[in-house]
Design a binder for this molecule. Sequence first.
Ligand code: AMP
Ligand code: MG
Length: 367
Amino acid sequence: MQWPQVRGTLLLSPHSDRLEEKALMLAASFLREGKLVAFPTETVYGLGANALNPLAVSQIFKAKGRPADNPLIVHIAGIEQAFALAREVPPEARLLARYFWPGPLTMVLPKHQNIPNITTAGLSSVALRVPSHPLALRLIREAGIPIAAPSANISGSPSPTTAAHVLADLAGHIDAVLDGGHCSVGLESTVVSLLSSPPALLRPGWVTRGMLEDILKKKVMDFSALHMDEQSPGPVLSPGMKYRHYAPQAPLFLVEGEGEPQRRQLMALAEGFVMQGRRLGLLLFEESKSYFSAPVKVVLGSRSDPAAVARRLFYALRKLDFLGVDVIVAEGLEEKDLGKAIMNRLRKAALKIMRPDGKGGFLWVKG
Ligand code: AMP
Ligand code: MG
């Protein structure tokens, strides 16, 4: 089989069961040989390498331009594999695995010496996840090794939710991408640390803090909002938290709040940019699209369907760049359940944020 190539990167796009098998075999053999293969997961596309091979892992950091102090999530096919990678798999981890694995939950556990330091950026802990995407699971099983995989994008840009996004960022820098269509969740996994008691939420995602607390029947601390800037010294809980992330090329201005006051603030900001002659793009929810008349409007979906919003968020950010806007004005939504993960990503993508000041006005809170 001759697979198409984009600047030397193989595009493994199977259109039949037989081709799927061939694509998986090839991708798995690449991973065993220490090469880089991007693959679909239910959250976003991952850039995979053999987690036990320091040279292969170093290529991930190089291809993405990822800071060396930002550790990687290690993807496995089932909890059995965790015992060789974590020094301890506490009962809480087994309980969470029973409910959420395979699925969009990453658990931070004490690291086993089997894992090279580069994979965990020198930390004594390791982040583990069993993805639920059938191609990801089959790939990890077929490769027979744990796969270190951050999101398959250039560091800082919006995470990829299609194989085309991966190629746009990384063609020519990685060996292959396995095409599994659109990601169903669309946001990165929830990260929970089981190093502390009570456990700590480090990154919000599809699995919410409430869901974790329901299963564990205990409190989970929320550390996901701790803001670390890139200069912050000293140890950090989840090093990825300190970097600007998910940002489109055009500067994004986020307006938080709700209802009429939020809409008026969005309009004022948008009009200001149009007056300056900027090519404005609006990122809106279904409910407010008819209020705005900018030439470029990207609609994320209804506020009442946050799962659809999550699925489209990174796609929408990339689309706005593709449409060539030079400034983006986006509206925020309520930080409830999945809304918390959506707002976490939007805030990191934003250059500046406007928030209600509690006295009927708005104030800038970032930048
Ligand atoms: P990504 O770059 O999207 O794959 O994100 C991986 C996230 O997991 C980042 O926020 C990392 O900081 C976090 N992470 C990975 N390993 C660890 C670890 N051992 N302890 C805490 N956070 C981790
Ligand atoms: Mg990432």
